[in-house]
Design a protein around this ligand. Structure first.
Ligand SMILES: [Zn+2]
Length: 193
């Protein structure tokens, strides 16, 4: 089978051989009705080998876990195995997990189901870039620099088209926000008069 040149690995490889793809909750085939899973697959097929291997390593050390609640889920109590203390699970299935104090949990909002696929791809690639770059994602001193680095890396990975779409989307959203604020303020001014 000839692969499109933008892909570094096949769907089969991402789904079978590596551990980075999110677990499908007991399903043999991941739930590709959910756009987020499709976008993750696309991103994982396109990240160049060196950085992909870095992600595999991080994943193997249990330094990272996905959190992708189904869109029908209103609320959820969810145990992250990587955060469990070692002792209580010694003889149970969780025993194979390594417990790491500062593991990253990558949350993907169900609202992404309503976005265009390219935007979802840009968002997921961006978050994985933070992980590859080893960024400190909370209490960040220089947030803007980290953001710039993450966007630059996904650009280098080849997600140029998705990045462009995302930027247009953000610009539009910001314009709408400003408009809302302006209208809201006008309304308040009228009330005060
Ligand atoms: Zn970011």
């Amino acid at each position: 089978m000839i692969m499109d040149k933008k892909y570094f690995r096949s769907t089969k490889k991402v789904l079978d051989e590596d551990l980075i793809f999110p677990h499908s909750g007991g399903l043999l085939v991941p739930d590709f009705d959910q756009q987020r899973n499709l976008a993750i697959l696309e991103v994982l097929r396109r990240i160049p080998e060196k950085d992909y291997q870095e992600l595999v390593k991080i994943d193997e050390k249990d330094l990272f876990q996905w959190f992708i609640p189904h869109y029908e889920e209103f609320a959820l109590c969810y145990p992250f195995p990587i955060t469990h203390p070692e002792e209580p699970f010694k003889n149970l299935t969780f025993k194979d997990f390594t417990r790491v104090a500062r593991a990253e949990v990558l949350y993907l909002s169900p609202l992404l189901e309503e976005q265009e696929l390219e935007i979802v791809i840009a968002v997921i690639a961006h978050e994985l870039a933070h992980i590859v770059l080893g960024h400190q994602t909370i209490f960040v001193e220089d947030y803007e620099t980290q953001e710039k680095e993450a966007w630059e890396l996904i650009n280098k990975w080849g997600f140029k088209k998705e990045l462009r779409k995302y930027k247009i989307y953000r610009k539009k959203e910001e314009k709408e926000r400003q408009e809302f604020i302006r209208k809201h303020e006008l309304k308040n001014i009228k009330k005060e008069e």
